[in-house]
Write a protein that binds this ligand. Structure first.
Ligand SMILES: [Mn+2]
Length: 196
């Protein structure tokens, strides 16, 4: 098996993002986005997906965190697309119910090649350390579009903003891990169309 990894270097006038992704990793990471809560989320995404992940983001966080969060989502999605190649042998689908104390999130993913995000979360949730809760959806949409995945995320219930966000990132990690795993019985591209 060729190693499933990708480097992405994405530069705009708003952000400079460097990502190094190794899908078949050990869950080790080095994350520096200048947004402590986002670093926490990406670190636990790596840990629970068992992907090795380096993220360096130098963005205009003095404006707000929007550009950095969205652009990391774009670059991470691009990294998965590149690392997975033609997706030969993958399980393709992954899902997780992820509890975090009082919160329960459900994350379901299909590496279908067709971007679609379904997102449902409580309205009016508080920010977390300056990280606006609505940035969670921005991240997911950017990731979804650029990884070309069908992604369904619902926070079924919860109260604490930190827990709700964390449950989604951990659920995404578990679903991505499952979907990207190589199944030795799958010898080709797991689609009756022959392409994903
Ligand atoms: Mn936490």
């Amino acid at each position: 098996m060729t190693s499933r990894q990708a480097q992405i270097d994405r530069r705009t006038s708003e952000t400079k993002i460097q990502i190094d992704l190794r899908i078949d990793g050990r869950g080790t990471s080095q994350i520096a986005t200048k947004i402590p809560f986002f670093d926490h989320m990406l670190t636990l995404f790596s840990r629970h997906s068992l992907c090795d992940l380096t993220v360096n983001a130098d963005g205009d966080v003095e404006v707000d965190f929007h550009h950095t969060v969205e652009d990391v989502g774009i670059a991470l999605g691009q990294a998965f697309t590149k690392a997975l190649g033609d997706k030969r042998g993958i399980r393709r689908y992954g899902w997780a119910y992820l509890p975090m104390d009082e919160t329960l999130a459900r994350v379901v993913i299909d590496f279908s090649g067709r971007p679609f995000l379904h997102y449902k979360a409580p309205e009016g949730v508080a920010s977390i350390g300056g990280f606006s809760f609505t940035l969670l959806e921005e991240f997911l949409r950017a990731f979804c579009t650029n990884a070309a995945v069908n992604l369904h995320v619902e926070i079924l219930y919860g109260r604490d903003a930190h827990h709700m966000c964390e449950a989604v990132f951990k659920g995404l990690a578990k679903a991505v891990d499952q979907a990207c795993q190589l199944d030795p019985r799958v010898e080709d591209i797991p689609s009756t169309k022959g392409t994903l």
